[in-house]
Design a binder for this molecule. Sequence first.
Ligand SMILES: Nc1ncnc2c1ncn2[C@@H]1O[C@H](COP(=O)(O)OP(=O)(O)OP(=O)(O)O)[C@@H](O)[C@H]1O
Length: 320
Amino acid sequence: MTSDDIPTASTADPDAAVEAASVRRRYTGGFEAVRGISFSVARGELFALLGTNGAGKTSTVELLEGLARPDGGTVRVLGHDPYRERAAVRPRTGVMLQEGGFPSDLTVTETLRMWAGCTSGARPPGEALDLVGLTPRARVRVKQLSGGERRRLDLALALLGRPEVLFLDEPTTGLDAEGRRDTWRLVRELRESGTTVLLTTHYLEEAEALADRLAIMHQGRIVTSGTIADVTAARPARIRFDLPDGVPPARLPLSLKAAADGRRIDIRTHRLQESLHELLCWAKESQVDLHKLDARSASLEEAFLDIAQNRATEPKGATA
Ligand SMILES: Nc1ncnc2c1ncn2[C@@H]1O[C@H](COP(=O)(O)OP(=O)(O)OP(=O)(O)O)[C@@H](O)[C@H]1O
């Protein structure tokens, strides 16, 4: 599905927590970073916005957060315009920006207290720290935190107001593997308790681990969207293996569309089970060992790389 297929504002879904319809954003100088995108996020859903560098993810999320006004189309969060009706939307949303930008001389707890003072119905700072695993660093000054610890503090601040809708812009950038898993666990728990989450990420495994649905952006447009199964459905599965010395690729069954790179064979197929069965029968009959055999369904990574590599690059000044 492309952004052109999705209904526009006039058919807005009243149950959507977040809705973008034909949204455009143009920066000073005329460059159009967001070129008519549409998507909606249902209440309680976790939606991931993926894309190549400079695709327009942050530019889009800033519109949803009410930090800027779209140059075309409409944006709704919990049924309101997040820019014009900021007072209605802001208390019900949590925002984790790419750069937190809080005073670096305050301690972690002081930072949370300061934020809590501006947030109605805020969680106690200790509870927010506990959620993100930062309790042992409560008395440390922000400037002494590591990059990953700052990301956790950003998340704690976004969670202070018990938001109904949470915007996470690259929430795990800079976190080590354990920190990333902890954040994933927390985000899943939040979603299970009914929070709607929209996240941007460069980590495809993060989208695979968390997202109910996703959209992949490229050069200001949504190129594909849906569940992971939807996005990968049209792409072929792969079977890879090494042929032993003395067995030329030409001996493989003709029905298997195989490409060879030296001894490494790469088969693309839309019928993974049948192709694998055929290959294994041939190998047994021919008494050929298939070294480093690997068979897998199409992955999100392949769909993403396909989009990144195969789409023509438009000059930066071009608009839709
Ligand atoms: N203030 C600005 N003025 C002009 N152009 C901008 C501005 N901010 C962003 N852009 C451009 O808009 C495009 C989209 O940027 P954006 O930050 O939204 O992309 P992104 O998908 O979040 O990228 P990344 O994955 O690299 O963070 C980029 O080409 C960027 O250079």
